[in-house]
Design a protein around this ligand. Structure first.
Ligand code: C2E
Ligand code: CA
Ligand code: CA
Length: 775
């Protein structure tokens, strides 16, 4: 910032040195004599005040010289205030040009131009310089006083304008500074405002978010002042309880008094635990009664606000309606624990009941009983009438069981469950002993033993029941179920509508059975299964007509295991399929080698047993054909034996298979004839080769008068139908004689020969005497 000048510099520009002297005299009085001063005071009077500061005078003869002085003065920071410029200054610039040049370097310079009337007119001068306050025209010849007054006034004006400019500068600077300060403050303020705004917005957003979340989660909020026992409820509470917001009040009772009595204690405890600090928050699922009196499930969460000493002063949290979820949970629970078809408990729930029974019996000193039910011939109903009928039957049976149990025992004492298929179990929680359980089983048999209408057909069904009576040793539900199941199998093996109590012996045989099953798998792979052959004799001629192939198993550790033990297991496990194929192929090969060795045996045939499981396989016909072809036999060499029950279980399908095999040239026999319940009329529609009369008939020939008549009827019917009859189990000559008398044509039994390995059979054939065998 420039300083305020205090000097008054004046430049006199004139080509005449005398003029320079005149100016010095007028404007630098200190340089003049005191007399002169006195004189001048006289001249000027008081009206011409001496300047407080003396003028500093400089002189130039030419415009150029003046310009240099003015430039130099400005650069030095001591500019001239005023210049007296002569109009005519030959040979250089004239006054006007000089002034123009001077103003180029110093715009503030005040100028007095000294001119004679003859030189330039005022108009002419103004036209050159423009109208300006910086210029005064002084006409020559000038007066001393004029010079003094002009010098004084114009330097004064120069100073004043310097001062004004300076003040203006100061002012501007001050304004600039102030403005900057204000702008600065403004910036800070704006920043703060922005920050506050952002905070405000965030707060508002978070409030909105919270409100939305609370609304979205269907949460009711609460804030409980523990000191005053006043509580704030959000409006959601009203909706939750179905009351108007005004009725909520500010007392905890509005909530607590509505909690279901069964849930109140748990809630109180959860709250106490949190307040005591043993739970880090309060969480409770409980029911609250709404205005309509119905209970709704709420999930309540909360947290205490504690003071410095740790004492809870307030507690706040939320409550959300979880009735829907609870409902779904109930449904899921129901689905997980109940059988969909009958509505009875399922295996999972039964196991839980059993677990409880096992746990509670110890303290109570009671015993429980588990009954395992399996309906006999249920599969036949299912297959013949269809699954829908089967389902209807199961529903009807479930109802009967429930009704029966209700009549016999209090509801709390029993549970009926369906395990799947036609397997049901009944758990009796308190039973004195076997007689009581047997009595209940008898009632169940009675309940089932009635015709049940199913899709227009009356179905008769019976149940096999296995009973496991708790002996205090059962540790798990699976053990109980396993034993009842084993007993049920035992009951089934004794015929229909039976019940059996589980015994240790059953467990042992069940274990043995399991062992057999495991070993049988290996036996089939390792060819431990051999095939033996038993002759079938034409009773009239005594000649061997065929041999029946029978499977034998010699267990490496247990020795020989009879087919009556392993065939049923093979049937159940499906192992019968590879086993049967092994017997079939072996039999065909052995027959081929027998025939090859003895031309007399060209007509010898082989009978192979086919189980029901094999018989139902669509691949059976192919397996049979390829076994025959591989052995190089003709189909007539082979006969298959199928039991009566196999055929009767699904008569239509069996008949088709029999027909198909017969068309391939294979003979077909109905095995164990007489033990099943086939109607004789069925035989007409089956293209069989013959019947094998069950051993039990032959065994009773001597003891029962009815048997010979039955055999005679069978033989007569068979001959009408062109069926052969093979009597099984011929052990004595008397039996042989009776059979011959009854016109039975073929026989098989120990009397003729036991089942034997093929090598032995060779020998047997070689030594057999048809004469002796026949008569
Ligand atoms: P099955 O088909 O009725 O076979 C006749 C059974 O009676 C044979 O018993 C045979 O040894 C026996 N037997 C023969 N003559 C007499 C006799 O005079 N008195 C007595 N008490 N019994 C006699 P095995 O060999 O123990 O076979 C029992 C059952 O095992 C057979 O009954 C058959 O159903 C089944 N089986 C045997 N081998 C096979 C096979 O390879 N496949 C199939 N699916 N079942 C077979
Ligand atoms: Ca047989
Ligand atoms: Ca038989």
């Amino acid at each position: 910032m420039s300083r305020l000048p205090t000097h008054r510099r004046i430049l006199v520009v004139d080509d005449n040195p005398e003029i320079h002297a005149d100016f010095r005299k007028i404007l630098a009085p200190q340089a003049a004599s005191s007399t002169l001063q006195a004189l001048e005071a006289q001249i000027f009077g008081d009206a011409a005040p001496a300047p407080e500061e003396p003028y500093e005078l400089d002189f130039a003869f030419q415009g150029q010289e003046a310009l240099a002085s003015v430039r130099e003065a400005r650069t030095a920071g001591r500019p001239f205030a005023l210049a007296f410029v002569d109009m005519r200054m030959p040979p250089g610039w004239d006054g006007l040009e000089t002034i123009e040049r001077l103003w180029e370097v110093d715009q503030d310079l005040q100028v007095v131009i000294c001119t004679a009337y003859t030189e330039r007119s005022r108009e002419e001068i103004s036209a050159r310089t423009g109208r300006t306050h910086r210029l005064v025209i002084l006409k020559k010849p000038f007066e001393t006083v004029e010079i003094a007054q002009l010098a004084c006034a114009m330097t004064e004006k120069w100073l004043a304008s310097r001062l004004a400019a300076l003040k203006m500068n100061h002012l501007e600077e001050a304004v600039r500074l102030r403005t900057a300060e204000i702008a600065d403050a403004n910036d800070r303020l704006r920043e703060q405002v922005e920050k506050l705004e952002a905070l405000g917005l965030a707060l508002e957003a978070s409030e909105q978010r919270y409100a939305l979340a609370a609304r979205g989660a269907n949460d009711a909020l609460w804030d409980w002042d523990l000191d005053t026992d006043r509580i704030y409820y959000s409006e959601r509470w009203a909706a939750l309880l179905g009351i108007s917001p005004g009725d909520l009040g500010d007392r905890p009772g509005a909530w607590l008094s509505r909690i279901h009595p069964n849930d109140a204690e748990a809630f109180r405890q959860a709250r106490a635990d949190h307040l005591a600090g043993s739970a880090d928050h309060l969480e409770s699922e409980h029911r609250v009664r709404d205005a309509a009196g119905a209970y709704r499930w709420v999930l309540c969460r909360g947290m205490a606000v504690r003071d410095a000493s740790g004492r809870a002063r307030r507690m706040a949290g939320s409550a959300s309606d979880i009735s829907r979820r609870k409902e779904t949970e109930d449904q899921l629970r129901h689905g997980a624990y109940y059988d969909r078809l009958t509505g009875l408990p399922n295996r999972t729930l039964l196991k839980e009941c059993l677990e409880t029974a096992i746990r509670e019996r110890a303290g109570a000193g009671t015993r429980f009983a588990l009954m395992f039910l399996d309906f006999d011939r249920f599969k036949v109903v299912n297959d013949s009438l269809g699954h829908l009928a089967g389902d209807q039957l199961l529903v009807a049976l479930a109802a009967r069981l429930a009704q029966c149990a209700q009549q016999k025992r209090p509801a709390r004492d029993h549970t009926i469950a369906r395990l799947g298929g036609d397997e049901f179990v009944i758990l009796l929680r308190t039973v004195q002993g076997e007689p009581e359980a047997a009595d209940f089983a008898a009632a169940v048999h009675g309940a089932c033993d009635a015709l049940i209408p199913v899709q227009g057909t009356d179905v008769h069904i019976s149940a096999s029941i296995g009973i496991a009576l708790d002996d205090g040793a059962y540790a798990s539900p699976d053990e109980v179920l396993r034993d009842a199941d084993t007993a049920m199998y035992h009951a089934k093996s004794r015929g229909r509508s039976r019940d059996s109590f589980f015994t240790a012996a059953m467990r042992e045989s069940a274990i043995a059975r399991l062992q057999v099953e495991t070993d049988l798998r290996r036996a089939i792979q390792c060819a431990e299964i051999a095939v033996v052959y038993q002759p079938i004799i034409c009773l009239r001629t005594g000649r061997i007509q065929s041999v029946e192939a029978l499977a034998r198993w010699t267990h490496p550790a247990l020795g020989p295991i009879g087919p009556e033990r392993f065939i049923p297991i093979a049937e159940e496990t499906g192992l019968i399929v590879p086993l049967g194929e092994h017997v079939l192929r072996t039999a065909c090969r052995d027959l081929r080698s027998l025939r090859a060795r003895d031309p007399g045996l060209a007509e010898l045939r082989v009978n192979v047993n086919v189980s029901s499981r094999q018989f139902a396989l669509p691949a059976l016909v192919d397996a049979v054909s390829s076994a025959i072809a591989d052995a190089g036999l003709d189909p007539h060499a082979l006969a298959l034996e199928v039991t009566e029950s196999t055929i009767m279980d699904d008569f239509a399908a069996a008949a088709a298979t029999v027909r198909c095999l017969r068309e391939h040239g294979v003979d077909m026999y109905m095995d164990d004839f007489g033990t099943g319940y086939s109607s004789l009329s069925c035989l007409k529609s089956l293209p069989l080769t013959g019947l094998k009369l069950d051993r039990s008939f032959v065994a009773q020939l001597a003891s029962s008068v009815a048997i010979p008549a039955i055999i005679h009827a069978v033989v007569t019917l068979a001959s009408h139908l062109r069926l052969r009859v093979v009597a099984e189990g011929v052990e004595t000559r008397d039996q042989l004689a009776s059979l011959l008398a009854l016109d039975c044509d073929h026989g098989q039994g120990y009397l003729f020969g036991r089942p034997m390995p093929v090598a032995q059979l060779n020998e047997w054939i070689a030594t057999a005497d048809p004469q002796r065998l026949a008569a």
